[in-house]
Design a protein around this ligand. Sequence first.
Ligand SMILES: NC(=O)c1ccc[n+]([C@@H]2O[C@H](COP(=O)([O-])OP(=O)(O)OC[C@H]3O[C@@H](n4cnc5c(N)ncnc54)[C@H](OP(=O)(O)O)[C@@H]3O)[C@@H](O)[C@H]2O)c1
Length: 325
Amino acid sequence: MSQRIQFSQTGGSEVLEIVDEAPSAPGPGEVLIRNKAVGLNFIDIYFRTGLYPAPSMPSGLGTEGAGVVEAVGEDVTHLNVGDRVAYAQGPLGAYAEHHTLPAEKVVLLPDFVDFETAAASMLKGLTVQYLLRQTYALKGGETILFHAAAGGVGSIACQWAKALGVKLIGTVSSKEKAELAMANGAWATINYTEEDVVERVRELTHGEMCDVVYDSVGKDTWEMSLDCLKPRALMVSFGNASGPVDGVNIGILNQKGSLFVTRPSLNGYADTRERLEMMCDDFFAMLESGKIQVDVANRYPLAEAGRAQDAVQSRKTTGSTVLLP
Ligand SMILES: NC(=O)c1ccc[n+]([C@@H]2O[C@H](COP(=O)([O-])OP(=O)(O)OC[C@H]3O[C@@H](n4cnc5c(N)ncnc54)[C@H](OP(=O)(O)O)[C@@H]3O)[C@@H](O)[C@H]2O)c1
């Protein structure tokens, strides 16, 4: 038997329950992975609360993990039993000792990446890859605003921006988070609990404002983020930590300076095997060079997934969180 976390109704972390069941054998094109570490991401909270609907109930949770291939289905050519692997996409159910998923979503783990690092960074690292290298192909010299700069995604973004020669201004909610973001390579930070973000961005940029704003906070920051942009610049709204941005009159993009806006997702960028491999190659190269170091700051037993989610949701964490089966 094998343990997994599931939920039968949406709600607070109390809806998560741990159950025992036999791992499902991989079908054609699938692999069965014994997870060594599981990544916790804010999107898991969106599914648990019902902001994003789970395809069926009861539902597993989580899309990121790292471990060892235990069984291989028909027609799988790039993976073998015993391979060290990681994944950041696919059906919900990574919060488990075993997870069965399409092999095309699974990549071989280079020797220099351990299981905890992979589970803590694959989804977040590939997200930063597409945000900084594709959604807007930063070349160096640009000024960007990145919200939640001391979080899991933010900690990787600070380091990647520094490596590219980009001035990243990070928003944070405390002095400790500001220090962490600076240590990770942020050019400046703004503690939004004490400072006016737009005014501070104006001061820091001498009135020029930002080339791109990366906003994963959503509802609370949407309009303020638009005010931090140069004319004709790009707003990247990529998350809903405070709730979704809805009911927008697109005329606001005209009023704020003929702005561009996009609402991207990892699945929309890593939508083919070739694109997934290209993005992994880029991210793993950053890890191998040491330009990005992953802060596996928070570890919880799998059975305490609810407590781990509460910590992330209540802004108590910095860096990444993993669950250990
Ligand atoms: N679209 C995509 O492809 C994609 C992929 C991965 C992640 N994301 C998004 O990226 C964001 C970061 O993900 P993560 O897993 O690395 O989480 P995280 O950044 O470690 O945690 C979220 C952070 O958001 C900030 N925050 C601001 N307002 C908040 C609120 N009302 N409630 C909770 N947190 C709030 C907090 O930082 P402060 O205390 O400093 O404000 C908090 O620590 C999430 O919004 C997630 O949905 C999107």
